[in-house]
Design a binder for this molecule. Sequence first.
Ligand SMILES: C[S@@+](CC[C@H](N)C(=O)[O-])C[C@H]1O[C@@H](n2cnc3c(N)ncnc32)[C@H](O)[C@@H]1O
Length: 301
Amino acid sequence: MKSHISFVRELVKQGGPKPEHYDELNNKFSSIAKTIRNSSHPEHMISSIREALNDALTIETIQGYGFNKPFGYSGDFYMIDKIYQKHISPDDNLRNWDIYFHSQKAPIAVRNRKQYFLDLLDKIRSHNQSDTLQILNIACGPCRDVYEYLDTTKDKNIHFHCVDYDQNAIKYASNICEKYLDQITFYHKNALRFRSNIKFDVAWSAGLLDYFTDKQFKFMLKKLYSLVTQEGEVVVGNFHPDNPSRDYMEIVGDWYLNYRTEFDLIKLAKSAGFCLNNIRVGVEEEYVNLFLHIKCGKSFI
Ligand SMILES: C[S@@+](CC[C@H](N)C(=O)[O-])C[C@H]1O[C@@H](n2cnc3c(N)ncnc32)[C@H](O)[C@@H]1O
């Protein structure tokens, strides 16, 4: 443990990890995580490693922003947008930590899930070129995905209904999507309490259900299903337990998720009352972020 902490201290002194250090640093985090999981008093070990990070754990770095949680919770809209925008600190002493952060599989998977949503929208649009599509985006965060869809496609025949319980997220997303506010309705609401008389073509949610218990997960799935049209689709993301960045996220970022496998997702969907023919699990390229699809009307097979 001492040698791991000295290694981190040395990297901090040198201005952060360079690509040639990544494997060793990742291995150290894995080894620390293993030790911590087997310890009855891990607090001291975790705080030693965080102390060693020093300035690299202030909000000037993305990992430090994640750890400090300025809005009070992990994975806020600003953090997610820093990931989408591949933000790098202007401070020469800290920038290598951000470059290291962006090389991790978890942020890559987050960027991939934005593309997954954009591809899903393109697919739905290609099957239905005439109707105005109504898209429900639960826990919308920064709405970088919504902005990119509207800005690249110039699709005027689509309306996004974006729900988030953080008013700061809605304000931030409204600024990003300023040019397209006539095609977006924001709802400042807890997803668990969201109701609507509108029937949506897609109900999408990423970066939310991995914070939910199984009970909340099933409740949300049934709620979203009740909100889509007869031909509509529910698509919800969840990180896989094999997330290679898990140890880094937990030790450095104090960022914990409820990880679920394909099997877990299918089991949950079945126990929420859905039939296997209507369930499919998709995945982005890194195999870190899974997507549970529930199709209404027609089945997947
Ligand atoms: C990790 S971000 C995901 C943002 C977006 N879906 C994306 O993938 O880019 C999570 C967002 O969920 C919101 N959130 C968390 N719990 C929520 C809840 N119970 N109801 C509504 N929004 C919630 C947070 O405010 C935050 O903006």
